[in-house]
Design a binder for this molecule. Structure first.
Ligand SMILES: Nc1ncnc2c1ncn2[C@@H]1O[C@H](COP(=O)(O)OP(=O)(O)OP(=O)(O)O)[C@@H](O)[C@H]1O
Ligand SMILES: [Mg+2]
Length: 224
């Protein structure tokens, strides 16, 4: 088996991740964007973390619903991520697709780092190892008052159950990560705009930024 390359991976696709506190509207926005990008003729794939492959989806069930030591939680996220990279993220990007991913490495920094208190730099190193250095081309932060997000959230899990104080720390973690690499991020105000308005904003950004990143995107069909 090949060892993992020290250098970061190069792909022809365009990788967009969506981050935000519980109930911010990530899944809703991704669904809309998938539809719009497909209508525009692009090859699109949608995935999520933790999850996105059969093994990683099994890990997801354990992570989201069972209490555990924070370090166990962190390693399970990274284990799921390594699997997800190999079997979902890289194949989609190598095929020239626009890949829309619901949560990625920044969630680990925000939840396990800022909110649970595990060391930020250690998480960055583990993220780098699990992703082989692959970074999203664009990360969309759906920023919302964490309390408002929690009221909207529909998918109960033990992170939601931690409440507003925890989600406020999570939001702080996203802001810290954004500060470290601001060019990678775009922030949308998820509490103030409709999903359609948010989709317009993000779509415009993807269509503008993808060519500038030299993405060689695969077109499946054109609807003129
Ligand atoms: N921009 C918006 N304005 C108002 N309501 C919204 C908006 N976006 C999503 N919603 C609604 O908020 C709820 C939560 O949205 P969604 O499930 O997309 O959030 P999420 O960020 O994926 O949540 P989770 O973190 O639990 O996965 C849904 O009922 C959705 O219809
Ligand atoms: Mg969701």
């Amino acid at each position: 088996m090949k060892t993992r390359a020290a250098k970061s991976v190069r792909t022809s696709g365009y990788f967009v991740t969506f981050e935000g506190t519980e109930g911010a509207g990530k899944s809703t926005l991704i669904q809309l964007l998938e539809k719009r990008l497909t209508q525009a003729g692009f090859a699109v794939a949608v995935t999520r973390e933790p999850g996105g492959t059969p093994v990683a989806e099994q890990i997801r069930k354990v992570i989201l619903h069972q209490e555990m030591d924070p370090w166990t939680e962190l390693f399970l996220y990274e284990a799921a991520r390594a699997e997800h990279l190999t079997h979902s993220v890289l194949p989609a990007l190598h095929a020239g697709k626009i890949l829309l991913c619901d949560r990625f490495t920044d969630s680990t920094l925000a939840y396990q780092g800022q909110a649970r208190g595990l060391p930020w730099k250690v998480i960055q190193t583990l993220n780098h190892t699990a992703t082989r250095g692959l970074k999203p081309n664009l990360t969309v932060l759906l920023d919302i008052d964490p309390a408002k997000g929690l009221l909207r959230a529909k998918d109960p899990n033990r992170f939601e159950a931690e409440g507003v104080k925890f989600q406020t720390l999570v939001r702080k973690g996203f802001l810290k990560s954004r500060k470290e690499d601001p060019k990678r991020w775009m922030t949308v105000h998820a509490g103030k705009h409709s999903p359609e308005e948010l989709a317009d904003e993000v779509l415009a950004r993807i269509l503008k930024a993808a060519p500038a990143k030299n993405a060689v995107l695969r077109k499946v069909r054109s609807r003129g």
